[in-house]
Design a protein around this ligand. Structure first.
Ligand code: NAP
Length: 320
């Protein structure tokens, strides 16, 4: 099969394309999928760099959608020919992938496999952040960093669906336009955003969704109202240095959490609940999925370069 293989960690150039990768075989409980599209996520960059270490060599990619080609023993409820999507299982940068049946989600009729691949990981993330990490309520003030990014555009829309006022940050005018189209009420540049947030809100926001990390962390804390929630869900600009808990006291009894998707989809019921909301909103048109670029699988390195250079908006897909 065709695949991207990483044999040594490093820059985008370590994403090596091959059409000689042996086909994977499904073990009991697993399903073999012909991949229609694979989603590119920032976590793939961390894996490639070795920031989240994996044993080498590996096929990157945490998200995809496609058609079931074969099912292993003991698999029930999934049949050859079904359209399915998944996240959180490595190996999607390939023309075929093996995924545990327990992680698969049936893609409803009317939703294209590409759209499912584009929305599942970042959609589940935006869902748990707004429904569980902090339950966004009507009238809340919410700060979303990188509001035109993959997670950012979905977070903005879902926070609006829940009735919040969304303040987004972005780096360019093009990104500002996209964030506004997604429903952001106010859109700021990063420079001096904490002061601007105070001017807009008076006492600060109820929650900050910060996937940028090192570059924004301190000003994010300074943007919160007393007892506000800092959801540090990523580190696109680099890891945040150790934090003095007294900083949370000084900010007004703040909460700090570093959430990850796994613990928020730990049971099949929770995964199914979030996915059903996401697919439902996509089907009804309440959630728009912005696929900004599709790359041939062999150009995965270019996709990573673009993502790391902040040249992208919304979702990037690899097509095998
Ligand atoms: N915890 C979880 O469950 C979870 C799940 C999914 C993703 N994430 C995290 O969420 C974040 C966003 O992921 P994504 O895949 O949706 O990416 P993305 O937001 O589409 O891309 C990253 C964006 O971050 C902003 N950024 C600011 N400073 C940057 C820098 N120094 N280098 C690169 N980008 C910078 C850029 O937007 P501007 O140009 O507008 O600044 C850039 O477009 C990542 O940190 C990712 O790891 C976490």
């Amino acid at each position: 099969m065709r695949a991207i293989v990483v044999s040594a960690t490093g820059g985008p150039e370590v994403l090596t394309y091959t059409d000689q990768q042996p086909d994977p075989e499904p073990n009991p409980g697993e399903v073999l999928i012909d991949v229609a599209a694979s989603g590119v996520n920032f976590i793939d960059v961390y894996h490639r760099l070795g920031r989240y270490p994996l044993s080498l060599p590996f096929v990157p990619g945490n998200e995809g959608a496609g058609t079931v080609a074969a099912v292993g023993e003991d698999v029930v409820g999934v049949s050859v020919g079904d359209t399915v999507a998944w996240s959180g299982v490595m190996g999607s940068y390939a023309s075929r992938a093996v995924v545990p049946a327990s992680q698969l989600l049936a893609v409803p009729e009317g939703i294209a496999a590409e759209v499912a691949a584009a929305v599942i990981l970042q959609g589940l993330t935006a869902h748990y952040l707004t429904h569980s990490t902090y339950q966004v309520k009507p009238g809340d003030d919410v700060l979303v960093h990188a509001a035109a990014g993959g997670v950012g555009l979905l977070l903005t829309q879902i926070a609006k669906l829940r009735g919040a006022r969304v303040i987004g940050t972005v780096s360019t005018e093009e990104k500002e336009t996209l964030a506004r189209q997604a429903g952001a009420d106010e859109v700021l540049r990063y420079d001096g955003f904490a002061d601007a947030v105070r001017e807009l809100t008076g006492s600060g926001v109820h929650v900050v969704y910060d996937g940028v990390g090192a570059a924004t962390f301190e000003a994010s804390l300074a943007s919160l109202r007393p007892r506000g929630m800092m959801a540090l869900y990523g580190q696109a600009s680099g890891p945040v240095p150790p934090v003095d808990p007294q900083a949370l006291a000084r900010g007004g009894a703040l909460f700090l959490t570093r959430p990850a998707l796994g613990p928020y989809v730990a049971t099949r019921d929770e995964l199914a609940w979030r996915a059903s909301d996401i697919f439902g909103w996509v089907a009804s048109g309440d959630l728009k999925v912005h696929i900004s670029k599709r790359y041939p699988l062999a150009e995965a390195a270019q996709a990573h370069e673009d993502l790391e250079a902040r040249r992208t908006t919304g979702k990037l897909l690899l097509l095998p």
